[in-house]
Design a protein around this ligand. Structure first.
Ligand SMILES: [Zn+2]
Ligand SMILES: [Zn+2]
Length: 388
C-alpha cells in the first residue's frame, strides 16, 4: 500500500500549494540525474511522481482519501490512506461495486470528485478533407475555395440548444449540481459516493424546449467553404491544418481543426521527382548529331532547349529553376529534359542513299562492335519515369 502523503512528507490535510512545494523539494532531492541512476533511486523518483499525480488531482485525491488507490493496476482496491487503517488485504474485500462505481464516476467526467455539473458543450472533432490539384498548381501554389460538409453551430439557437425565447432549467432532482450523493456502508466504513443525476444526465439542467432546428444539439450538419492558400511545393500526402475550420462542438463548443490532404494529379508531359520535373524530348537523329535549338512548352511557357552537336540518347539537359517551387522557400527545382534520339524508320530512296554515302564516308558500312552488359542510360531513364 502506498502512503502518498508520507512519500511527499505532507500531512493528510495539506493544501494544494503545500503539496506542490513538497513535490518540488522531493523531486529535486531524489532526481536520478542528481543522485545517480540506481534502481533504488529510479524507484523512489517514480514513487514521488505517483504521489504527486494522485494528490495534485482533486478527483484522484478524493478517491484516495476514500481508500481507493487510483493508480493501482486493474482498478484494484488498494488499502486506504491514513483514514482507513486496514491492511490492503482486507480492504480488497470491501464493496467492490462501490469502489468500481466511484472509479467509474471519476473516469466518466469527474462527478465523484467535483461537485460541479457536466458541461453540455465540448470541442468538435478534427476533420480531414482530401482534394486533388493539378501538377501546375503544386508547382506554383494556388488559392482555392474548398466546399465541404461538417457540423456548423446552429443558426437557430446559436449553440444554446434551446428554442428561441427559452433557457435551460435547473434540474430539480440535483438542484443543478449534476450529481447525487449516496452513503454506502462497506468494510472501509461509510463511503460517500457520487452518482450522475439520472434526471439531467449529470448536466445539472434540463432543456425543456429544445431548439427545433438542431433538435437541441446546438449544431447542424451542413456545407461550408473555406479559401485555402495552397503553397508551392506541396506533394501528394501533404496536409495543411486550418485552425478552427473543423466540426463545431456540440452545444456551442469550440470548433476543431480542418486538415486538408493533397493529391497531385498526373501530368501528361511532366513527372515530378522531388523538387525537379522530368520530361522526355524526342529529337531527330540529325539534330542530335548536328546540334539544334528547340523551343518547347514548359509549365512557365515556351523555353529554348539548346542541343549540343553530338548529343547522345538519354543525355539530360537541365533547365534551371523551371521545376517545382520548394515548400516555404522562394527557390525552385529544375526541369530535367532527357533526350530521346529518334532513328528514322520511313526513309525514301534518296534519303537512304544519303545515309549510305555518310556510312561509307565514315567507314561504318560494316560496323565493328562488341556486346556489353551495361543497361545504358536509357533503360535507367525508363525505370525512373515509370517509377520502378
Ligand atoms: Zn439550434
Ligand atoms: Zn439533475
Amino acid at each position: 500500500m502506498n502512503d502518498y502523503y508520507a512519500t511527499l512528507g505532507v500531512a493528510k490535510g495539506a493544501s494544494a500549494e503545500d503539496i506542490k512545494l513538497a513535490y518540488r523539494r522531493a523531486s529535486r532531492a531524489h532526481h536520478p540525474d542528481i543522485v545517480g541512476h540506481t534502481p533504488a533511486a529510479e524507484e523512489e523518483f517514480k514513487r514521488i511522481n505517483a504521489a504527486f499525480e494522485v494528490l495534485s488531482d482533486p478527483k484522484k485525491r478524493e478517491l484516495y482519501d476514500l481508500g481507493v488507490d487510483p493508480l493501482a493496476p486493474g482498478g484494484g482496491a488498494a488499502g486506504g490512506a491514513g483514514a482507513n487503517p486496514f491492511g490492503g488485504f482486507s480492504a480488497s474485500f470491501a464493496g467492490f461495486g462501490d469502489v468500481f462505481e466511484a472509479m467509474f464516476n471519476a473516469a466518466a467526467g469527474g462527478s465523484a470528485g467535483q461537485a460541479g455539473p457536466l458541461s453540455r458543450s465540448s470541442r468538435g472533432r478534427d476533420q480531414l478533407e482530401r482534394i486533388s490539384i493539378e501538377l501546375k498548381e503544386a508547382v506554383f501554389g494556388v488559392a482555392k475555395e474548398i466546399t465541404y460538409s461538417t457540423y456548423l453551430t446552429c443558426g437557430g439557437c446559436g449553440g444554446s440548444c434551446c428554442a428561441p425565447g427559452t433557457a435551460p432549467q435547473t434540474c430539480s432532482a440535483c438542484r443543478g449540481r449534476g450529481v447525487r450523493e449516496r452513503l454506502v456502508r462497506s468494510l472501509l466504513g461509510t463511503v460517500r459516493t457520487m452518482d450522475p443525476c439520472r434526471q439531467c444526465q449529470g448536466f445539472g439542467n434540463i432543456i425543456a424546449s429544445p431548439c427545433p432546428e438542431c433538435s437541441g444539439q446546438g449544431r447542424v450538419r451542413g456545407l461550408t467553404s473555406v479559401e485555402v492558400q495552397i503553397p508551392a511545393g506541396v506533394d501528394s500526402g501533404n496536409r495543411l491544418r486550418m485552425t478552427g475550420r473543423g466540426e463545431a462542438g456540440p452545444a456551442g463548443g469550440p470548433p476543431a481543426d480542418l486538415y486538408i490532404e493533397f493529391k497531385v494529379k498526373r501530368h501528361p508531359d511532366f513527372v515530378r521527382d522531388g523538387d525537379d520535373l522530368v520530361a522526355t524530348l524526342p529529337i531527330p537523329m540529325t539534330a542530335a548529331a548536328l546540334g539544334a535549338a528547340i523551343v518547347v512548352e514548359t509549365l512557365d511557357g515556351p523555353r529554348e532547349v539548346g542541343i549540343r552537336p553530338g548529343s547522345q540518347p538519354g543525355a539530360v539537359i537541365t533547365l534551371e529553376g523551371l521545376g517545382v517551387g520548394r515548400l516555404n522557400q522562394k527557390t525552385r527545382g529544375d526541369l530535367l529534359v532527357h533526350l530521346d534520339v529518334q532513328v528514322p524508320t520511313d526513309l525514301d530512296d534518296s534519303q537512304r542513299e544519303l545515309l549510305r554515302r555518310l556510312a561509307l564516308e565514315r567507314h561504318e558500312e560494316r560496323p565493328e562492335a562488341r556486346l556489353a552488359s551495361t543497361g545504358g542510360v536509357f533503360s535507367r531513364l525508363k525505370d525512373k519515369l515509370t517509377g520502378r
